[in-house]
Design a protein around this ligand. Structure first.
Ligand SMILES: *Cc1c(COP(=O)(O)O)cnc(C)c1O
Length: 369
């Protein structure tokens, strides 16, 4: 099989465009030498607060750690239930299990893959302590409806797993600032990535922010005074410096993603290929661009032969994974099962060009014949 000529996610072009700024930023850290909690950490947190409109931003060592620390800050643990979906990356359910709580999987919308808000209320029990929707593929879930449901049930916290949706808009507000807590990831392939692991927690609640800041550094209120059990969850100064450099081009990248996503939509609709839909009041940043295909294995192999890389987000619902199938309380999730069988992601990056996209779509059409 020839190696792919088209990158699935083009981090190289991005680096070429930002090279001098990234190198300046890295050098500045090497010169001042504050590798842990250096000035770039605060600088990034302030910039991300401005960007999202959120009162607090707490950078952490990964998106997974952001979710974990959020649950710890809310005091969620043994005997508690957290409502989420099974059509997501394992980290979403993993953190719920790690604090000793039970993930309760609710089915998803057939057209977006996001949590089906019409099924949430019936999943709430006296043990429910939070709702954790995923803003899948870069498109926020219906957060206002979830917030309304949460308000009706004793103000349950709503934690947005915004690992894929940093930069997306929802009814004029920014993803990560749509509910009690928003968590994002700076994993390299996410819309805003660093060159390693990183993540951030966003909240407008002072007490939650304080708890997250303390848990991030081993539950310290001040040095060597440990008021709660925490983790080693800081984001490296170097990684914060890299995100700062990348932020300089981020708005352009978001605009590109929107334009390229719309172009893919048009090309695929013309070709009669079904795809994940965007709701009019939610703007996806297209962290992934996903279509629906039958005979996915054959289609992927045919595309790969032609140098078009693809991926599957996600092939196995979490409630069918060996690690989670016994511990989870579930209703049936037929839509999740169906989507897991037929979803497939196409190459997507801000530096993708129209000619390459046309080639990808043409090859896809030929592969599905
Ligand atoms: C990537 C991702 C995470 C985890 O982020 P990391 O930074 O890799 O730990 C969590 N949830 C979703 C939906 C993700 O896509």
């Amino acid at each position: 099989m020839p190696s792919p000529v088209i990158p699935f996610i083009d981090l190289k072009s991005q680096y070429e465009a930002l090279k001098p700024r990234i190198q300046e930023r890295i050098n500045a850290v090497l010169e001042h030498g504050q590798y842990i909690m250096g000035p770039e950490v605060k600088e990034l947190e302030a910039k991300l607060q401005d960007y999202t409109g959120s009162k607090h931003c707490i950078t952490v060592s990964s998106g997974t750690e952001a979710l974990l620390i959020s649950l710890m800050a809310l005091g969620i643990g043994r005997g508690d239930e957290v409502i989420t979906t099974a059509f997501t990356f394992a980290a979403t359910a993993e953190v719920i299990a790690l604090v000793g709580a039970t993930p309760v999987f609710v089915d998803v919308e057939a057209d977006t893959g996001n949590i089906d808000v019409t099924l949430v209320e019936q999943a709430i029990t006296p043990r429910t302590k939070a709702i954790m929707p995923v803003s899948l593929y870069g498109q926020p879930a219906d957060m206002d409806e979830l917030n309304a449901i949460a308000a009706r049930h004793g103000n349950l916290p709503v934690i947005e797993d915004a690992a894929q949706s940093f930069g997306a808009d929802y009814k004029g507000r920014k993803s990560c600032n749509l509910s009690s807590i928003g968590c994002t990831s700076f994993f390299p392939s996410k819309p805003l990535g660093c060159y390693g692991d990183g993540g951030a927690i966003f909240t407008n609640d002072d007490a939650i922010a304080k708890a997250c800041r303390e848990i991030r550094v081993h539950g310290q209120e001040r040095r060597y005074v440990h008021t709660r059990v925490g983790v080693g969850g800081r984001m490296d100064t170097l990684q914060c410096a890299i995100v700062l450099a990348k932020l300089e081009r981020f708005e352009w990248e978001v605009e590109q993603r929107l334009a390229l996503g719309a172009l893919y939509n048009r090309m695929l609709d013309e070709a009669g290929i079904s795809r994940v839909q965007q709701r009019a009041d939610r703007t996806s940043v297209f962290a992934q661009y996903s279509v629906f295909v039958e005979n996915r294995d054959q289609v992927q192999a045919a595309l790969s032969e032609c140098g078009v890389p693809t991926a599957v987000h996600y092939p196995i619902p979490l409630n069918e994974q060996p690690a989670y199938k016994d511990m989870s309380v579930v209703g049936d999730t037929p839509v999740t099962r169906k989507l897991a069988q037929k979803v497939m992601s196409l190459p997507m990056s801000p530096d993708l060009d129209e000619a390459t996209m046309a080639l990808i779509v043409k090859t896809l059409v030929a592969s599905t014949k």
